[in-house]
Design a protein around this ligand. Structure first.
Ligand code: MG
Length: 305
């Protein structure tokens, strides 16, 4: 008679007990149970030993063997994703401007660039707008706007300050602006694209969380990339449009004020703001500036001194 013995865990013995319940016979001494099935008697002991006896003992034991062997951990393969060469696809690029500038609005732009136009844009020298002069941006942006489907959104300072006061932070505002631009783009154009690429300012989860907090249904299926303008000409082109829109908005503000306002955030900006406060009072900053910047306090202090 063939005999096969297994050492099982209490949990597996419990499973066996349920499994063979209909075949129980009188329990021998020291055993937990004994079952007889055609071709095999199974005896489980309190010591966790299980003995299979009979013609089909080894076959019966085999079915339990798999449970008793410690599972070898599944090897975690580190799958390195092959980089996607976004410039080989039809892409919509998204980027914004004016975020770090005390004066002027925040602008967002998206633009659709089909893959066959990418080489010509690379020849034009379209790259991250931060690496281009405003003059060059103002030359190139109108060409892009003529040639490709695009959409732009602007958040003027009074609205920015109002949202900020309502607890909507800069990232949320950017997300809203981008979503508005994309919505506009899709309303006006029927586009067949492979990727919508967002120059990443927050990760994907946070981006979509903003919308659920604001109870807005966003456009989905975006690809978030860090330093996206160096990986996608479409994003570089969007950065050019966003900056162009910012520069033009600053020209408009300059004509309202009667003189140009400085871009960025610096000591010169602090002094300019201080002078504005002296001339027109603190309230005028709502029209021209992102009031929650520390620049405001610095300017107030400067204006007093
Ligand atoms: Mg960016």
């Amino acid at each position: 008679m063939s005999v096969t013995t297994l050492i099982a865990t209490p949990a597996i013995i419990e499973k066996m007990e349920k499994f063979y319940a209909d075949y129980f016979v009188k329990t021998p001494a020291h055993a937990r149970f004994q079952a007889k099935i055609p071709g095999c008697t199974i005896t489980a002991y309190h010591s966790n030993k299980v003995v299979f006896q009979g013609g089909s003992a080894s076959k019966e034991a085999e079915t339990w063997q798999a449970f008793t062997q410690p599972k070898s951990p599944t090897p975690v393969k580190k799958v390195k994703k092959a980089p996607i060469h976004f410039d080989q696809f039809d892409c919509i690029g998204c980027d914004e401007s004016g975020v770090g500038d005390y004066f002027g609005p925040v602008t967002a732009a998206c633009i659709y660039i089909p893959k066959h136009d990418i080489p010509s844009l690379q020849t034009l020298g379209i790259t991250d707008s931060k690496k281009m002069t405003d003059d060059r941006i103002c030359e190139i942006a109108p060409q892009l706007m003529k040639q490709f489907p695009y959409a732009i959104t602007i958040l003027p300072n009074p609205k920015y300050n109002q949202l900020q006061a309502q607890g909507i932070n800069g990232h949320m505002m950017k997300a809203l602006l981008h979503n508005q631009a994309l919505t506009k783009l899709f309303q006006e154009h029927d586009l067949h694209y492979d990727y919508i690429i967002m120059d990443q300012f927050v990760n994907e989860q946070a981006y979509y969380r903003y919308f659920s907090r604001l109870q807005v249904e966003p456009i989905r299926g975006l690809t978030f990339l860090e330093k996206a303008e160096s990986q996608s000409v479409a994003v570089a082109a969007a950065s050019v449009l966003a900056r162009y829109t910012y520069v033009k908005a600053m020209e408009k503000l300059a004509s309202t004020l009667g003189r140009p306002l400085p871009k960025g955030a610096s000591k010169a900006v602090d002094r300019f703001a201080a002078q504005l406060i002296t001339e027109q009072g603190l309230d005028c900053l709502d029209t021209y500036a992102k009031q929650h910047f520390v620049t405001t306090q610095k300017a107030i202090d400067l204006a007093k001194s």
